[in-house]
Design a protein around this ligand. Sequence first.
Ligand code: AMP
Length: 251
Amino acid sequence: MKIMVAVKRVVDYAVKIRVKPDKSGVETQNVKMSMNPFCEIALEEALKIKESGLAKEVVAVSMGPSNCVDTLRTGLAMGADRAIHVEASRDLVPLTVAKLLKKLVEIENPGLLILGKQAIDDDCNQTGQMIAGLLGWPQGTFASKVVFDKEKQVATVDREVDGGLETLCLDLPAVITTDLRLNQPRYATLPNIMKAKSKPIKKFTLEELNVEIKSDIEVVQVTEPPKRKAGVILSSVDELIDKLKNEAHVI
Ligand code: AMP
């Protein structure tokens, strides 16, 4: 079985986000970019499945500007066998990413497609569900545990839902999106970073895949969250109760 993993390049989770002065989006110039953390978990899961002998190849795919190649090299250094980059000069909305993934699935024919549950830049949490819909494949979203049965060609997925765990059994091929507790992604070692330099990255253009960048959604503006007021130190519990009652009106 071949596993395809979608990895997105995003502003690093530890960077303090700055909004552009014209409020058109978030500043990405001279900002550290990394693989989306949920995509690292997706890739780790694919590598673990391969290492357990249940898959033969892991293909990492990314869509976006030319520096997505850096993210793909990180994926190759973690252990992906090869990578595919779909070059696009603009940010892509989830539906466009899902349509591109569908084209790549038709070319590559994977038995499993793994994505992060959400990208930490747009927080959309849509792409996995959309690609499953476009392909007509079963989906196990927010996976916190994945177990394969090679003979029956099914994947059992635990999902953390309100108040407990839901267990789903998916016929393959299927789409899985990863939650935080699924695994702990590995670090790329120096020898693997060196090896990754010679692993192949195939390029496609949007025209080659015949997918138009078209969005029915317009970002009106992006603003920073309101500044929090400074805290105050109170001298007694009575004073606290008084403030909660008479200022915050919560008791
Ligand atoms: P989202 O629906 O935007 O929150 O993204 C969910 C997941 O879809 C991400 O964790 C990735 O696995 C995948 N994804 C979204 N955008 C891209 C992209 N431009 N390139 C590769 N994968 C993507």
